[in-house]
Design a binder for this molecule. Structure first.
Ligand SMILES: [Zn+2]
Length: 450
């Protein structure tokens, strides 16, 4: 080594040695937070249908590091303890079908003309918190103005507002004049409304579908929502009618899957459901007019059914008072009844079920009211809970981090004060909510500093 260079090296070495301790001090990570020990009297970890008694869940930072029998747990005298030894502890619940920008306490069909998209943002801040307080620590938000759900996910992840983990979609992708389009207005009125919503959500033909799916992915969505058939809460279309073609849906699935995104298909009608399943979508939303062949296809493809079988009660109760048009009320009456019957058949047939409620159609925070109906229409309480935990996590592609209570997963957990396997409605009153190791609700007093 030339002398000059060698001198330079020693100088650098000396400098490095001199500055090393202070550099280390600057870059050294703060010590990891001490573990919190959660004493669970009864634990439903969602890896099976069984409860385990007297278990300790060890949480370090935002993750679970150990789940072990209380008898084997050595808890230091000065450790942080959350004593849920009289409670039933479960994974944080997951709703695979929400619309966090929506409000259900009033019906305002032309709000897109009267207000700016900011209104949905304000709604989202409130609704995300209501959802979390109800014990839902993750949601898949399937259909909103571009790109509300992406920004909501970001804001919650940054810790700026409280809310569930959000798996975000863009607007549901619809055909012109379909369930996702704004129908019933003169062209001039429509052109004044939000062109962006049309740009990112209306397609005719596979190539337009390819473009819109790619665009939605570019702007940060986690999941693609497509509208395979007509809908209930839209005007001028029939829930049973096919809308997107097989070729359009196949394009959506190919593009989404290539980019590692799943596809959720809104589908009420019998043929639309089957075409969506054949096209390879990951879930059928609603599934109201599902027939035997549709169930066979779903089983063969491993497609999930996400059936919102609670909100009928709300729509046919309160929403009539809000002046919901008769067309929508009539559709809901027919479709809602058939949906529940077909849900029961799908459960009996062994179709994969994930929990999703269409929150936003009814008030956010009431999500758990659907458990009652899932059990009434054929599921066991444990099965219904797993639909909202382990199965939901699988559907939303988050099984590595949420959905069960196991070492390595996020410490997303809830507690209730009665056995939900005896009475699943217990989940309508969640007493304790932890997300990512942070307590967001504690009516038990268990998390109080001792
Ligand atoms: Zn929906």
């Amino acid at each position: 080594m030339p002398r000059k260079l060698s001198a330079l090296c020693s100088l650098l070495f000396a400098l490095a040695a001199f500055s090393l301790p202070s550099a280390l001090a600057q870059t050294a990570k703060p010590a990891p937070p001490p573990p919190t020990y959660i004493k669970a009297g009864h634990l439903f970890d969602a890896t099976s249908d069984q409860l385990r008694d007297d278990v300790v869940v060890v949480v370090e930072g935002e993750r679970i590091t150990r789940v072990l029998p209380a008898a084997q747990a050595v808890i230091p005298a000065d450790a942080a303890v959350i004593d849920l030894s009289k409670a039933w502890v479960l994974p944080g619940l997951i709703d695979c079908h929400t619309h966090l920008e929506g409000r259900a306490d009033k019906y305002d069909p032309i709000n897109d003309v009267k207000y700016t998209p900011f209104l949905g943002g304000f709604n989202g801040v409130v609704n995300a918190n209501l959802t979390l307080q109800a014990g839902f620590t993750s949601v898949r938000d399937v259909g909103s103005q571009p790109f509300f759900a992406v920004d909501l996910r970001r804001t919650i992840d940054e810790g700026f507002i409280p809310g569930p983990r959000v798996v975000a979609s863009g607007p549901g992708i619809s055909i012109t004049g379909g369930h996702g389009d704004m129908n019933g207005f003169a062209p001039a009125v429509e052109n004044m409304m939000y062109p962006a919503e049309r740009d990112y959500g209306i397609v005719d033909g596979p190539e337009q579908m390819r473009h819109v799916v790619r665009e939605q992915i570019k702007y940060g969505v986690d999941v693609i929502k497509i509208l395979a058939t007509g809908g209930v809460l839209s005007q001028g279309d029939k829930p049973g009618a096919e809308q997107l073609t097989y070729e359009e849906m196949k394009m959506a699935v190919d593009e989404a899957h290539r980019a590692g995104r799943k596809v959720a298909a809104h589908a009420h009608g019998t043929e639309g459901i089957k075409n969506a399943v054949r096209a390879g979508v990951d879930s059928i939303e609603h599934g109201s007019l599902l027939d035997q062949e549709g169930m066979d296809l779903m089983k063969a493809h491993g497609t999930y059914l996400v059936a919102d079988i609670y909100n009928d009660d709300y729509i046919l109760g309160k929403a009539i008072d809000f002046g919901l048009p008769k067309e929508m009320v009539d559709k809901e009456k027919t479709v809602g009844r058939l949906q529940r019957e077909n849900f029961a058949k799908a459960v009996a047939a062994g179709v994969k079920i994930a929990f999703g409620t269409d929150a936003g159609v009814y008030p956010h925070g009431d999500n758990a009211k659907q458990f009652h109906y899932m059990v009434k229409f054929g599921m066991t309480p444990a099965g219904a809970i797993r639909a909202a935990t382990s199965s939901a996590a699988d559907l939303i592609d988050r099984a590595a981090t949420v959905g069960t209570l196991e070492a390595g997963k996020y410490a997303d957990l809830i507690a209730v004060t009665a056995n939900p396997l005896d009475r699943v409605e217990t989940l309508e009153h969640v007493a304790f909510v932890m997300k990512g190791g942070k307590v967001y609700k504690d009516e038990t007093g268990a998390a109080k500093p001792r």
